[in-house]
Design a protein around this ligand. Structure first.
Ligand SMILES: NC(=O)c1ccc[n+]([C@@H]2O[C@H](COP(=O)([O-])OP(=O)(O)OC[C@H]3O[C@@H](n4cnc5c(N)ncnc54)[C@H](OP(=O)(O)O)[C@@H]3O)[C@@H](O)[C@H]2O)c1
Length: 295
């Protein structure tokens, strides 16, 4: 099946790589050199523009920072949408925002093109293994089509509701992740400064009620080893927290905790910069307290 993939970033590239075994893949990336490097390593054709990538394909996947970039690559200059034939489907793996996705879906529907939001969870290691949880939002018929495509890189593939439902659940999930990262970075730094052995503290928390994915997986694999490879930008996690706050506001739900997390994430984004990794708040907490959480 001819498939196009737009956006070969940290997570997009390993996802697209899995499609090359089952599909005839065309890729496009804003920085052309990354697409050329991808095509040298995998069986894929490089398109010069989103429009060129979309011509002749029935399935188009996007994996971009936010819904604003998805809108631009579909409907902007040299955008993909006008090249898509009626009956095609757009599967958006961006962690986007529900309201934008509903607008994009409505616009594509005018030309007979289906839209499914399909953000992924699990990070780069799961993407490399082709074992990403995929959170689907859309109409049932389109979702069943999308399910077959994302199975190339997905493991737990869940249909959560209409268009935007995948993005909504993804945003709240990531806001919870951010809350845990921020709280654990502050709490563990305090414990180490109080003279407690870091690994012992983490193991005790992980056998207790404060355990989370952050303390069980991320801290042992990365913080205790002093390993900070760039896998997922802090700026993108901050963006997800903003989507979660907007969702809660739209639903009229009180949100002081989500708002506090978002505020702190934005402060750290300003301090750490756009390229910082989502685990860098730990490194910063260590630096500012003059301790190392190692062991
Ligand atoms: N990394 C993860 O672990 C992870 C996990 C789950 C979900 N996500 C989500 O997946 C999406 C992509 O994340 P990522 O980590 O792959 O991001 P990334 O490494 O920052 O890559 C972003 C991609 O979008 C492209 N891009 C940026 N601005 C653009 C623009 N204005 N127009 C067109 N293309 C543009 C980049 O092109 P260039 O190469 O030219 O910069 C690159 O291909 C985000 O929504 C993120 O929240 C990421």
């Amino acid at each position: 099946m001819p498939v196009a993939f737009l956006g070969l970033g940290a997570i997009g590239a390993p996802m697209a790589a899995h499609l090359t075994s089952t599909d005839r893949l065309t890729v496009w990336n804003r920085t052309r050199a990354k697409a050329d490097a991808f095509a040298r390593e995998h069986s894929a054709t490089v398109a010069a523009t989103p429009k060129e990538a979309a011509s002749g394909v029935t399935v188009l996947l996007t994996c971009l920072p936010t819904s604003a970039e998805v809108d631009a690559v579909l409907f902007g200059k040299d955008g993909a949408a006008p090249a898509l034939a009626s009956g095609a489907i757009v599967i958006d793996c961006t962690s986007g925002d529900p309201a934008s996705s509903r607008r994009i879906a409505a616009r594509l529907a005018e030309q007979g093109v289906a839209f499914v939001d399909a953000p992924v969870s699990g990070g780069v290691p799961a993407a490399l293994k082709g074992e990403l949880p995929v959170l689907l939002g859309g109409q049932s018929v389109a979702v069943e089509r999308a399910r077959k495509v994302v199975a190339a890189f997905g493991k737990k593939i869940v249909h959560l509701g209409p268009v935007g439902a995948g993005h909504a659940v993804k945003a709240v999930n990531n806001a919870l992740l951010a809350a845990n990262i921020l709280a654990a970075s502050e709490g563990l730094t305090a414990l180490v400064k109080a003279g407690i052995e870091p690994r012992l503290a983490v193991e005790t928390i992980n056998a207790s009620s404060g355990a989370s994915f952050t303390t069980q997986v991320l801290v042992p694999a990365r913080v205790l080893n002093g390993s900070y490879p760039p896998l997922f930008r802090h700026a993108l996690l901050d963006k997800d927290c903003g989507i979660a706050v907007e969702l809660a506001a739209e639903m009229g739900v009180e949100r002081p905790v989500l708002q506090a997390v978002k505020t702190r994430m934005a402060e750290l984004r300003a301090i750490l910069g756009e390229a910082a990794d989502y685990m860098d708040p730990f490194a910063r907490a260590e630096r500012s307290a003059g301790v190392e959480i190692r062991g």
